[in-house]
Design a protein around this ligand. Structure first.
Ligand code: SF4
Ligand code: SF4
Length: 166
């Protein structure tokens, strides 16, 4: 079976133009930040918003959104890998949410193709658990205080989540 959903997802995202890269301010774990700096990304690409985040342009677009794509795709932060899933932390539990298709068109594809949904949810769980495990509590609290309307809770994982399949 071919994985044509990947190509379809790519097309949908190109047509969307990266709505998820506007006003995103993705948080950076220390390991993600170190990896970016080691690859030559200048430190002034990051800013402090109560947590360390990728800087945005004046119009709110992430500075790494260039020519309608992510210029650091292979190294992008955990929440960017996890999208269109997002998260909140309640005690020892990480709650996973899925954005509505009205704000992220690729959600329709995920809901139509179980393989795509399962693949992306597994990646989201792994990426979000890594981020949560590598952030100081005050930064995590600042991130979780950001309201994310137009999402539905779809899963819960323990804070100490490990995906043994990877
Ligand atoms: S993930 Fe969603 S919001 Fe982001 S570019 Fe793709 S369709 Fe648009
Ligand atoms: S790092 Fe890449 S995927 Fe994440 S918000 Fe910026 S441009 Fe978008």
């Amino acid at each position: 079976m071919t994985e044509d959903w990947r190509a379809r997802a790519g097309t949908i995202c190109m047509q969307c133009g990266g709505r998820c890269c506007r006003d995103a301010h993705p948080p950076l774990s220390s390991s993600c930040c170190s990896r970016l700096v080691a690859e030559g990304i200048p430190e002034d690409s990051f800013e402090w918003r109560g947590y360390r985040a990728v800087r945005a342009r004046d119009d709110g677009t992430c500075i790494f959104h260039t020519a309608n794509r992510c210029s650091i795709h292979t190294m992008k932060p955990e929440t960017c890998r996890a999208g269109p899933f997002t998260f909140d932390v309640k005690g020892d539990v990480i709650e996973i949410f899925l954005k509505h298709d009205t704000i992220c068109p690729v959600v329709r594809l995920l809901k139509d193709v179980p393989e795509a949904y399962g693949h992306q949810l597994a990646l989201a769980k792994k990426s979000i658990a890594h981020l949560v495990a590598h952030l100081p509590d005050d930064e995590l609290a600042a991130i979780c205080s950001i309201d994310e309307p137009e999402t539905d809770k779809v899963a819960e994982i323990p804070r100490e989540y490990h995906d043994h399949r990877h």
